[in-house]
Design a protein around this ligand. Structure first.
Ligand SMILES: [Zn+2]
Length: 123
């Protein structure tokens, strides 16, 4: 069974306790009514959906109920790390496939941060 570490409970729990909540680090527009139809489409529907390492929102629905972010590999389904909502996006280069298993529980504060200027880290 796949185990996911909740950064709030600070424990690993079975995946059945969690719910996927979409791509992480989406910058929400402050004045959504001012967007053109094309801009709104891009914000609302268009996601990266890459093969490999991605950043996602998850919710510990049958636990503390809180949202958090995770770096997960879509090929191996391995969770490289989880971190609290609102914390900056970790440096993706530190999570290469050859990275040691110790990355799984590493705290984001220890990582180099490379966050785009418009990334608000919305929870
Ligand atoms: Zn939790």
């Amino acid at each position: 069974m796949l185990l996911i570490r909740c950064p709030y409970c600070e424990e690993e729990h079975p995946e059945l306790e969690f719910r996927h909540a979409g791509e992480a680090h989406i910058a929400r527009p402050t004045e959504i009514a001012d967007l053109s139809d094309d801009e709104f489409e891009k914000f609302f529907f268009i996601r990266q959906n890459p093969k490999g390492l991605i950043f996602e929102r998850w919710r510990h629905i049958h636990g503390c109920g809180r949202f958090f972010n995770a770096a997960r590999d879509t090929v191996t389904d391995k969770f490289h790390l989880t971190y609290k909502a609102g914390e900056p996006k970790p440096d993706i280069t530190l999570m290469a496939p050859s990275a040691p298993a110790a990355w799984a529980n590493r705290e984001p504060a220890e990582l180099n941060v490379d966050m785009p200027a418009n990334d608000t880290g919305v929870k």
